[in-house]
Design a protein around this ligand. Structure first.
Ligand code: RFL
Length: 392
């Protein structure tokens, strides 16, 4: 096949990009390895920043989330020094999150795209981007039945995540990867249970971190820190709930509403950034460009922001021959990415102390407690937190 822009991956990054390109009449195609149903069933992120909602609204892609999402603006910290709450919509820039499951957002974006006549090939895996810095860029693909194929393109957008063909096709001499392993592992859980508190809960405990994040009235996400290398099914449901009770200090602060655990994902907290995010005709966006630890829930938000920047750059270039956006894309994204990385890293340290660090355990835990104490007591620290927590 042939298209002006071949988009790899139908996650938030790829689908926002494809919708914006299509709206301006750019000839594009999305190649997605998964089939349609598994794409719509993949539960991941849920917290959308105000800026993300604005971007989606600006382009008419927000009806679903405005109708079915709900705003959220409180987080509660529970530690050995007690508990406190921050209503971040009254701090910093005064913005809340919108809670909307990522798979619903993906389903909406897909509906918009296909309703507008967008081309998408499911069950089509990109295997490599070829000749990205030459005259004849293309993408080699393999269908689910194993049939090979080729798409010629003027531009290729690698929105195919951390293990995708976009990343793999970058030559080591042109693009470098900077990596940080936070040395912490979370077991991510989805429970068939209503939320247990009307806030995001972050619990710091000597047995490790535990987190509570609302998703819908029937489904709640929990995180429980475990040792690196723990298999997802190592703990029984009962052990998980007992551990969550203990770390969230349910005895003191109220019981958790238990339910069947319907999904488990082991998440090693890692971050990386590629520099630059472009090699010739190939551009990276979303997790393909930078992986970010889920501690501050920035991944999907960065993906949407980068997709909008990339769409503008490609539209300017393809419709007016204006290449300024294309030239500056990488630097502009990296600016956002490093700021988000810095904040996520700060959150990892706030929530883990010695369990994530390398060095004297008492020293690291004392720093963690001091950081939490500043957040509890200092209004300016709270404003800073709110601004960075909801912002991208
Ligand atoms: P995605 O969503 O991974 O989509 C990539 C798509 O590319 C397809 N693909 C390929 N297609 C063709 N050829 C290939 N070779 C391909 N290889 C892959 C895949 O099937 C997929 O459809 O990347 P994108 O668009 O960059 O979006 C990034 C976000 O998905 C990610 O950053 C977030 O989910 C991260 N994240 C969170 N982010 C938030 O902003 N808020 C949160 O609350 C939040 N919670 C989370 C998270 C990530 C989690 N996991 C699973 C690491 C919670 C968890 C547990």
């Amino acid at each position: 096949g042939v298209a002006d822009v071949v988009v790899l991956g139908a996650g938030p990054a790829g689908l926002v990009l494809a919708n914006l390109l299509l709206a301006r009449g750019i000839d594009c195609v999305v190649l997605e390895r998964a089939d349609r149903d598994s794409l719509r069933a993949r539960a991941r992120a849920g917290f959308l920043a105000a800026n993300t909602v604005r971007i989606l609204e600006r382009h008419g892609l927000a009806d679903g989330l405005l109708r079915r999402g709900h705003t959220h603006s409180t987080c509660e910290f529970r530690t050995e020094d007690g508990r406190f709450r921050l209503d971040y919509s009254t701090l910093g820039q005064g913005e809340p999150h919108t809670v909307y499951p990522q798979q619903d957002l993906v389903a909406d974006l897909l509906t918009y795209y296909q309703a507008a006549g967008g081309r998408i090939r499911f069950g089509t895996e990109a295997t490599a981007v070829l000749d990205a810095d030459g005259d004849d860029p293309s993408v080699s693909v393999r269908t689910a039945e194993g049939r090979p194929g080729r798409w010629r393109a003027r531009y290729v957008a690698g929105c195919d995540g951390r293990h995708g063909a976009g990343r793999r096709s970058l030559p080591g001499h042109a693009v470098r990867r900077f990596h940080r392993d936070h040395r912490v592992t979370w077991l991510g859980l989805l429970a068939e249970a209503p939320p247990s508190l009307d806030a995001v809960g972050y619990a710091v405990h000597e047995r490790g971190f535990a987190g509570h994040m609302a998703r819908t009235s029937e489904i709640t996400r929990y995180y429980v820190q475990c040792e690196r290398g723990t298999p997802a099914d190592a703990w029984s449901q009962e052990r998980i709930w007992d551990e969550l009770d203990l770390r969230m200090r349910a005895k003191e602060y109220g019981p958790l509403r238990r339910g069947r655990i319907v999904q488990r994902t082991v998440v090693d907290l890692e971050s990386d950034v590629l520099e630059p995010l472009r090699h010739g005709a190939l551009f990276l966006a979303g997790d393909a460009a930078s992986l970010i630890s889920p501690s501050a829930a920035k991944g999907a938000n960065l993906a949407v922001l980068e997709a909008e920047l990339l769409a503008r750059a490609l539209i300017d270039d393809l419709t007016r021959g204006d290449s300024i956006g294309v030239e500056s894309y990488s630097a502009r994204c990296l600016d956002h990415i490093w700021r988000a990385q810095e904040f996520s890293h700060w959150m990892v340290e706030l929530l883990h102390g010695a369990s994530g660090g390398d060095g004297d355990a008492h020293f690291l835990n004392s720093m963690r407690r001091s950081r939490m104490a500043s957040l509890r007591t200092s209004r300016s620290q709270q404003d800073w937190f709110a601004e960075r927590y909801v912002g991208v």
